[in-house]
Design a protein around this ligand. Structure first.
Ligand code: COA
Ligand code: MG
Length: 293
């Protein structure tokens, strides 16, 4: 994230393409992004009608204040390429690619979009949910440095990772942690946003708030959600706290004093504060201003 390009992705809500009531409610939801899902959860018999419904829905330019992203079927499946082109034509903010494994998977999707004159504003998001993607994560993230790749965001697919690896899924997520932190690290190397996976138990909002706080502490930009009740706790967890903002203002004000003008490091209330802390503080303040915190 850079302060000039910051776009909040605190709360990213999945909704099944088949749920017309949910689609109709998008404009009233306070999430930062929705992911309309054509992949898991849409049966083979419904794949094509769901794709057409989503393309029509987006093409009608529904009122929106959040980013609209569509998760298509894997490009290697019989629906993937047609999903990509039909959805891209309708002008979503992003297309989320599931089950990717290598940089080539992103490049192929990008080439298909370019060859079919998709708008540059259609970005690619990538599910990181296979062992192969995690093993290749540095090379995949590197594509984020080239705007022509369209790659903008990683989304952790924790349910699929659990399934593919056999690690035990327990509430503290201890066996997933090394991979999740590696994902955050790679995203930062590539200048990409990165969204944590879902919490399946959508009635346990206390547990959800804890998981969001942990994800924020790990450096994620936001959380994947499956139910509207999860929007508010996610937005709260990924919004800079009043304490953090107050501290950022103290640092900014200290460096703006004439006696500190040329200094690269100062002492503030018994702590060492460097210019990198100033940059961090300014980024946080800019982020809060954009969110309206
Ligand atoms: N997006 C938008 N609206 C949603 C929603 C979602 N993901 N999940 C629930 N709602 C709506 C329901 O449509 C319902 O609205 P209504 O009263 O107008 O009908 C309202 O919120 C309350 O829903 P509730 O009864 O609490 O949940 P449910 O039992 O109907 O649905 C799930 C539970 C898990 C099936 C549903 O939340 C869901 O489909 N989530 C997304 C799952 C998904 O996409 N998974 C793939 C990624 S892992
Ligand atoms: Mg998945």
């Amino acid at each position: 994230m850079t302060s000039d390009t910051y776009r909040p992705r605190r709360s990213v809500l999945y909704m099944p393409a088949s749920n017309e009531r949910a689609l109709a409610k998008i404009a009233s939801l306070a999430c930062d992004a929705v992911v309309i899902n054509l992949e898991d959860g849409v049966g083979p018999a419904d794949k094509i009608s769901a794709r057409d419904r989503v393309a029509d829905f987006l093409a009608a330019r529904p009122e929106r204040r959040c980013e609209m992203v569509v998760r298509i079927n894997p490009l290697g499946s019989e629906w993937g390429a047609d999903d990509l082109l039909a959805v891209a034509k309708a002008g979503p903010d992003g297309i989320l690619l599931p089950k990717i494994g290598t940089p080539r998977d992103i490049l192929e999707a990008g080439d298909l979009l370019d060859d079919n004159f998709a708008l540059d504003t259609v970005k690619l998001w990538a599910m990181i949910e296979t062992p192969k993607a995690l093993l290749n994560i540095g090379a995949i993230a590197e594509l984020g440095r080239d705007p022509a790749s369209r790659l903008a965001c990683f989304v952790a697919g924790t349910n699929d990772l659990v399934k593919a690896t056999g690690v035990l899924a327990i509430p503290d997520r201890r066996y997933l942690m090394p991979w999740l932190l590696q994902l955050v690290l790679a995203a930062r190397a590539g200048g990409l946003d990165v969204i944590d996976g879902v919490a399946n138990d959508f009635r346990d909002l206390d547990g959800f708030a804890r998981e969001c706080a942990e994800a924020a502490a790990m450096g994620f930009d936001g959380k994947s959600l499956i139910h509207p009740a999860q929007i508010e706790p996610a937005n709260r967890a990924f919004t800079p706290s009043p304490e953090a903002l107050a501290q950022a203002r103290v640092i900014r004000d200290a460096f703006s004093r004439p006696e500190n003008a040329g200094k690269s490091v100062i002492a503030l209330d018994g702590r060492m504060v460097e210019r990198l802390h100033l940059a961090e503080a300014e980024k946080l303040l800019a982020k809060a201003a954009i969110i309206g915190a």
